[in-house]
Design a protein around this ligand. Structure first.
Ligand code: ZN
Length: 448
């Protein structure tokens, strides 16, 4: 449908502007009005065009960045198909709602059911890939194997499409088990690596009602985002109509995502729109109120901070992120600036009390901080030696480290809900962090 719209633009350049306006207006009203025979359909409110090369990794379950969605916008994604028995039912349900989604197809499934791939395409959904054989634990495979899986998956889906077109350059790794090599390879191939913003655990042995509950609860918590589902699960088939109905009732809107092409430029966005919750002027984050001027008879120049001002062990919270965070932006400044000189005794009572909201961290900073905690938990032995040295520098650090180390296990919860197909074993976050040191992913999971 999009292609035909743009094809029309090419043929009638003089009317391009008017057509563009009509198209965007129509997109807003597309929801239920354009879903004949289905007055209660949620519809698809708009289509966004994304450039994988500009944004190679997305999804706040693992990364700081995600799709540039407005509040209450949801992107539906389905993994592991096509499997005719259930995938066809999912397609029927989506059709009844005129809701467009992105399908991450498994190459082997595509070869076995090429007609299923074409059905997804012909229904107007985005066809993406999910490796050839859906290997478990790709982060532990030799990189060459992973590359092969990715490329074969694309080749199989391309063959199944059968019209010379390729799938969208969107890739999701089974179980989200990525590593640096996979990320770099995907980026080098111009693939956009999709994580998700929230799963509904539909690959686990839970009821359809539980899938519905998790989808809605986790969405409400984030306010928008990419929902990860599986079109090969009967419980997903059972839960999807209720999810779509409830999304509409609660005022959510479905957004369809397609890749940019030479003929179809990316939807213009600002960098901060790719953060789940961009910094806001009305929410205090890392800003600090002006330090009141203290009456002082001291020198006009500010004192140079002493080395001891910098030795608190958590000052490395932002420093560790760049290597591990893969795009997690650093806080613009130290999060907890400390006073270098105390006011004279007796004036303390006059100081303003900072509001609790000032201590709210922005999304990226919190990820960074949690990542640091998880890393500490993962390398206990290392942490112990750090504790010893830290303790020499600051008496409080030992207690702090212990609290931080205890946190991941306390919040690991139900297997940390890593999205994997049935039969895969979800690793515990701490174990995973220990194995590969990729603590940002663990932090993202912890947030839910
Ligand atoms: Zn999968």
């Amino acid at each position: 449908m999009i292609a035909s719209v743009f094809g029309g633009l090419r043929r009638r350049p003089l009317t391009a502007f008017c057509v563009g306006l009509l198209t965007s207006v129509a997109a807003q009203a597309a929801s239920a009005a354009n879903c004949p025979g289905h007055p209660d359909a949620i519809g698809t409110s708009r289509t966004i065009v994304v450039d994988p090369r500009a944004h190679p990794i997305i999804g706040t379950m693992q990364y700081a960045k995600t799709l540039p969605l407005a509040d209450r916008e949801v992107v539906l994604t389905f993994d592991d198909g096509p499997l005719p028995k259930y995938s066809n039912e999912i397609l029927d349900i989506l059709a009844a709602h005129c809701a467009k989604a992105t399908f991450f197809l498994v190459g082997r499934q595509a070869s076995e059911n090429p007609e299923g791939v074409r059905k997804v395409r012909d229904a107007g959904h985005t066809v993406a890939t999910h490796t050839q054989n859906h290997p478990v634990g790709m982060d532990r495979l030799p990189l060459d194997r992973s590359k092969q899986e990715i490329e074969q998956g694309i080749a199989s889906v391309t063959a199944a499409l059968g019209d010379g077109t390729a799938p969208a350059p969107f890739l999701r790794i089974p179980g989200l088990r990525v590593n640096n090599g996979i990320e770099e390879f995907a980026a080098s191939k111009g693939l956009q690596l999709w994580s998700a913003d929230f799963p509904a655990d539909d690959w686990r042995d839970v009821s359809a009602n539980r899938v519905y509950e998790l989808a809605m609860q986790r969405l409400e918590r984030k306010g928008k985002g990419i929902l990860l589902l599986h079109d090969i699960q009967p419980r997903t088939v059972a839960a999807l109509p209720r999810i779509l109905h409830e999304l509409k009732v609660r005022g959510y809107r479905i957004v369809h995502v397609v890749p940019a092409t030479p003929d179809r430029p990316a939807t213009p966005t600002e960098p901060q729109q790719w953060l789940l919750h961009p910094p806001s002027e009305v929410v205090a984050t890392s800003r600090w109120p002006k330090v009141p001027k203290f009456a002082s008879a001291g020198p006009a120049a500010l004192p140079v901070p002493a080395l001891s001002d910098l030795d608190w062990h958590t000052t490395d919270l932002g420093v560790r992120a760049p290597r591990r965070g893969r795009g997690v932006p650093l806080p613009p400044a130290a999060l907890w600036p400390r006073q270098t000189a105390l006011p004279p005794a007796g004036t303390l009572a006059a100081l303003p009390v900072p509001a609790a909201s000032l201590f709210k961290l922005q999304e990226s900073a919190r990820l960074t901080m949690l990542a640091s905690f998880a890393r500490r938990a993962a390398s206990t032995a290392q942490a112990r030696s750090t504790e010893v040295s830290s303790a020499k520098l600051a008496g409080k650090s030992r207690r702090h480290d212990r609290a931080a180390a205890a946190q991941p296990s306390a919040s690991a919860g139900p297997a940390a809900q890593l999205p994997q197909s049935a039969g895969e074993t979800a690793p515990k976050p701490a174990a995973q962090a220990k194995r590969n040191g990729r603590s940002v992913r663990v932090a993202g999971l912890k947030k839910r």
